[in-house]
Design a protein around this ligand. Structure first.
Ligand SMILES: O=C(O)C1=C[C@@H](OP(=O)(O)O)[C@@H](O)[C@H](O)C1
Ligand SMILES: C=C(OP(=O)(O)O)C(=O)O
Length: 665
């Protein structure tokens, strides 16, 4: 997951490979609530692990529900309609699938509860659901603005519920109000049939099908008359199905279906969701096909590749796929004419006003966009019209995810996504998954070269962290090779050069969270001694070893980018890097830093000898015949003798910004 302030996507060219997607949010949160309400224990497999499911799980725990792990699965002991807690304050983030269903369930279960969320949740309507519950006799107060969370739910007895007449609920703002009643009312239907009538045209109908499907899995079969009337039979009672599997999220699949349709390359194979899905968003496949995508499917997989190009324009009533349709709005940029998405008024009351947000951000890319109360029309962009843009994401996971597709533009423009962390609502590893299948010839690299103890490592790690880039500590490659050499009983001389090179070629090396792992052993300290430094310097002078390590170093250049520190990153390993920094500090400063570092680790050292060693090493490094230590001709020189780490990082980031074409947010 990226928690950086922004994530820069370089221009992407092609995509191919297989992705396994996380579980469906809509199924996960319904299953969690149903398992908690039911009698018996439910083992949930492949549950989504994200912000939305976490708030639901926390709420259920706070209500006294016992939840535990069973391997990779989650075991939930159902409450069988009996709360173990009479009062609780529940924070539900921005999860509509937690806020709405829990409101209805808790209003019926009896107890004093406060339900709140993030500020945007307090702008998302819930009045139609509260009206329906109040009609039943439930007692609910608005703690902020009438019609919106936060809510106070008061205790009442199930026997006092007025369910003789049909319960009326509006269905034209959100289908989640009807879903909430359908999930809660079986708690009150042991001895009587309960009828729910929908007032107004029901939107997002396929989500009701998910609800009915899962109700049936938990033993409650609801009769549906059109989309206007739903009847919960008398004697209905939740029973755990035992084990239940959550299919992958069909809305999340939309980004990868679109990717297959847009990007050059082989097939994108999506695993975990397919033709047998119970999620309405699987019908995004129809829209993608209409636009020209080639899609094959099996029961739980999809395989997508580019068909018609440019994509074909569409005019679509997207009411049945409100979430996935946002992806179509970005695909429209690659179409052969304007695309119209109609009947999407609900976009305005979701994570943000999505019609407004999509229109604003698409315009930043250069597109002409028309929008109205319930539609958006997006005109395609010719190769010359694309602009590099900084995309605001409005704390809306779908804005972040669908705009990543703009990085495939034919103009080769990068795209900056602000607050990439917002994808955590439903797909925390979205960008990692995208990068696992996306390809580009030009992964950005920042090189930070310089003499020993100049602070390159600290600067490079901090820069990589700020940008969400990978990090290569090339100096440690030599140090690890030196260590491996010592452990193998070899000497750093010409006689052993071939053997050491062979060792280097096969180094089982990983950098994880500031640690250097050799074959899973943390060798971070072992390679930081002065002796190991000397060995590193010696092995790095052996040409065959340098050649062996070159390929290994290049392999660190992966999306979304790399910060590499060393001595020859800009001159030899990544000569095409867009930013090269040559970092120096005077020898006495460097000796002092190294002294502090060693003393803090309990390693004895004297300033004078350190300084003498540094000077000797500088001399050896800059006079060696292969890749001597010197700034690349196009490197920026940074002397950090009198700078704090923060100042150096700021300087490097400022240079990096200068190299980027993004406009302001
Ligand atoms: O019931 C559900 O799981 C959902 C219903 C839809 O909301 P609306 O019914 O408000 O359109 C959808 O947008 C949301 O992401 C999930
Ligand atoms: C509308 C969405 O979420 P919620 O479940 O909070 O309504 C969504 O995920 O696009």
């Amino acid at each position: 997951m990226y928690s950086t302030p922004f994530l820069d996507l370089p221009p992407l060219e092609a995509a191919s490979g297989t992705v396994r997607l996380p579980g469906s949010k809509s199924i996960s949160n319904r299953v969690l609530l149903l398992a908690a309400l039911a009698g018996g224990t439910t083992t949930v497999h492949d549950l989504l692990d994200s912000d939305d499911t976490r708030v639901m799980l926390n709420a259920l725990s706070a209500l006294g529900c016992r939840i535990g792990r069973e391997g990779a699965a989650l075991r939930i002991e159902g409450l069988d309609g009996q709360l173990r807690t009479a009062s609780a304050k529940l924070f539900l983030g921005n999860a509509g699938t937690a806020m709405r269903p829990l409101t209805a369930a808790l209003a019926l279960l009896g107890g004093e509860f406060e339900l709140s969320g993030v500020p945007r949740m307090h702008e998302r309507p819930i009045g139609d659901l509260v009206d329906a519950l109040v009609q039943l006799g439930c007692r609910i107060d608005y703690l902020g603005n009438p019609g919106y969370p936060p809510l106070a739910i008061h205790a009442m007895s199930l026997d006092a519920l007025q369910v003789d007449a049909p319960i009326r609920v509006r269905g034209d703002v959100s289908s989640q109000f009807l879903t909430a009643l359908l999930l809660a009312l079986p708690l009150a239907s042991a001895s009587r049939e309960i009828t729910i009538d929908v007032v107004g045209e029901l939107i997002s109908k396929p989500y009701i099908e998910i609800t009915l499907n899962l109700l049936a899995r938990f033993g409650v079969v609801v009769r549906r008359q059109g989309w206007e009337r739903f009847v919960i039979p008398a004697g209905s009672r939740y029973r755990s199905p035992g084990d239940i599997h959550v299919e992958a999220d069909a809305s999340s699949a939309s980004y990868f279906i679109a990717l297959g349709a847009i990007a050059r390359g082989d097939v994108i194979r999506i695993e975990g969701v397919g033709a047998d899905s119970i999620q309405g968003d699987i019908r995004f496949v129809e829209a993608a096909r209409q636009m020209g995508a080639k899609v094959e499917s099996g029961p739980n997989w999809l395989a997508v590749s580019r068909g018609a190009w440019p994509l074909k324009a569409i005019d679509l009533d997207a009411n049945h796929i409100p979430d996935a349709a946002m992806t179509l709005a970005v695909m429209a940029l690659y179409a052969d004419g304007p695309c119209l998405l109609r009947n999407i008024a609900s976009w305005r009351v979701k994570e943000t006003d999505r019609i407004e947000a999509m229109a604003q951000e698409l315009r930043k890319l250069g597109a002409t966009v028309e929008d109205g109360p319930d539609f958006i029309r997006v005109h395609p962009l010719g190769a010359a019209s694309w602009r590099a843009a900084t995309i605001r994401t409005y704390d809306d996971h779908r804005v972040a995810m669908c705009f990543s597709l703009a990085a495939f533009n034919p103009a080769g423009m990068p795209v900056r996504i602000l607050d990439p962390h917002c994808v955590a609502k439903t797909f925390p590893d979205y960008f990692e998954t995208l990068f696992s299948v996306a390809q580009t010839a030009d992964v950005p690299v920042i090189c930070i070269d310089g003499p020993t103890a100049s602070g390159k490592g600290t600067l490079a790690v901090a820069t990589a962290y700020q940008l969400g880039y990978h990090y290569l500590d090339s100096g440690s490659l030599y140090r690890v090779t030196g260590l491996a050499m010592r452990r193998a009983g070899l000497e750093a001389d010409a006689a052993h050069e071939a053997q050491i090179a062979e060792l280097a070629r096969q180094l089982p090396l990983r950098f994880i969270k500031g640690q250097v792992l050799l074959d899973d052993e943390d060798v971070s300290d072992a390679i930081r001694t002065e002796a190991a430094g000397m060995d590193a310097s010696r092995v790095s002078a052996l040409p065959a070893v340098r050649a062996a390590l070159l390929a290994l170093q290049k392999s660190f250049r992966r999306l979304p980018g790399l910060v590499a520190d060393g001595r020859d990153m800009g001159t030899v390993v990544f000569p095409d890097a867009r930013l090269k920094v040559y970092l120096t500090a005077n020898a006495s400063q460097r000796a002092e830093r190294r002294h502090k570092q060693l003393i803090s680790k309990g390693i004895p050292a004297t300033l004078d000898s350190l300084r003498a060693d540094l000077e000797a090493r500088d001399q050896r490094d800059s006079s060696r015949s292969v890749a001597p230590l010197k700034p690349a001709p196009d490197a920026r020189l940074l002397d950090n003798s009198s700078q704090s780490v923060e100042q150096s990082v700021e300087q490097v980031l400022a240079w990096w910004q200068e190299a980027q074409p993004f406009g302001s947010a």
